[in-house]
Design a protein around this ligand. Structure first.
Ligand SMILES: NC(=O)c1ccc[n+]([C@@H]2O[C@H](COP(=O)([O-])OP(=O)(O)OC[C@H]3O[C@@H](n4cnc5c(N)ncnc54)[C@H](O)[C@@H]3O)[C@@H](O)[C@H]2O)c1
Length: 328
């Protein structure tokens, strides 16, 4: 039990891509995890996924030994959540399903346990709408894969208590996450809206034949994406303003920025032609690499980047005199 969060046992409801990664994250932080999923064969898949995540978690020094001793699986939802201090729900992104599931868990799980949804964008006010204890329901939206990516968006619904939000923030912080409190409910929270805004333009440019799928990816990864991982768009634009900083940047570039905004596209992502272009382009870009190969490559690169970022602020600034010495 973590003294700061009073959470020692977590129930994972839904053990697909996100649920299994959360399970690995919580196990690596020494919590007891009980997982449940109604689909047949999910226990074996969950254990394989947790073992796979364990390799990365061991490398970054979080995990020791085998993950199995503190991981329990049961197909019975009631049994899974009955003794939990916190539930992390990761069922499919369907509003009616989540409303019903939350109401069911809420009727089994005694307060003060908290009930958290990984929902990518369904407002908590709707998910908690049929709960008897809506005040202990909150969104804790991770980024894939949650066992490696630090960001978690914490969002309350209309009936969520300030105490629940605070407990969720403390819990994710204790799990090594960068928890952000999103102050107003908006569809898609914040980070998914940002991704959606960028992807809207990517799909538009692909649709218009301006750029190929692989080149659109390169335009992000080899350019702005490199900087965004380090500082974020506001600080990057501060540097883009030169010595005049963000003030000069806004003075100088507001005209062109608003002209770009006026020209941005609204593609029909549901169109079969556009979907075929994107699917064909992605298959060409991955060039036969399997899902596992790509996931492992992504995870290794994320770990390298996180290691690099952990030195942020620790590097001694290079004195001007050292630059001069280098030039000579
Ligand atoms: N995939 C992502 O990148 C991502 C990122 C952040 C958040 N999320 C959110 O996490 C949640 C899960 O997404 P996913 O990608 O893991 O989906 P997934 O399809 O991989 O997993 C969903 C799991 O839920 C199970 N399930 C179905 N009905 C259920 C029920 N009634 N009770 C409990 N479990 C049930 C399924 O058997 C499946 O194992 C969604 O709300 C999604 O929006 C997804």
């Amino acid at each position: 039990m973590d003294a700061n969060t009073e959470i020692g046992r977590v129930a994972i409801v839904g053990t697909g891509l996100i649920g299994s990664s959360w399970a690995a994250c919580f196990l690596a932080h020494g919590l007891d995890v009980v997982a449940t999923d109604p689909a047949p064969g999910t226990e074996d898949k969950l254990r394989q996924d947790v073992e796979a995540a364990w390799i990365a978690l061991t490398k970054i020094g979080l995990a020791q030994g085998a993950p199995t001793s503190r991981l329990r699986f049961t197909a019975d939802l009631k049994e899974a959540v009955a003794d939990a201090d916190m539930v992390q729900e990761n069922a499919p992104e369907r509003e009616a399903l989540k409303i019903k599931l939350f109401a069911e868990i809420d009727s089994i799980l005694p307060p003060p346990a908290i009930l958290v949804s990984s929902t990518s964008g369904i407002p908590m006010s709707r998910i908690q709408s049929e709960c008897k204890h809506p005040e202990r329901c909150v969104t804790g939206h991770p980024f894939n894969p949650p066992h490696l990516i630090p960001l978690v968006e914490v969002v309350g619904g209309a009936k969520t208590s300030a105490e629940t939000i605070e407990r969720a923030m403390r819990f994710y912080t204790a799990m090594g996450k960068r928890a952000l409190h999103i102050r107003k409910e908006v569809v898609g929270h914040v980070a998914n809206r940002l991704q959606a805004a960028l992807y809207r333009e990517i799909a538009y440019l692909i649709d218009q034949g301006v750029v190929s799928v692989a080149d659109a990816d390169a335009a992000v990864c080899m350019g702005p994406g490199l900087r965004w991982a380090l500082m974020g768009p506001n600080l990057i634009y501060h540097l883009g303003g030169g010595l005049g900083g963000i003030h000069h940047f806004l003075e100088h570039f507001t005209g062109s920025m608003t002209a770009y905004w006026a020209d941005l596209g609204s593609p029909d992502l549901a169109s079969p032609e556009l979907q075929k272009k994107i699917v064909d382009g992605v298959l060409e870009e991955i060039d036969g690499r399997s899902f596992e190969e790509l996931s492992q490559e992504r995870d290794a690169l994320i770990m390298g980047l996180l290691e690099l970022l952990s030195h942020r602020g620790k590097t001694k600034p290079v004195a001007a005199s050292e630059h001069i010495a280098d030039d000579s």
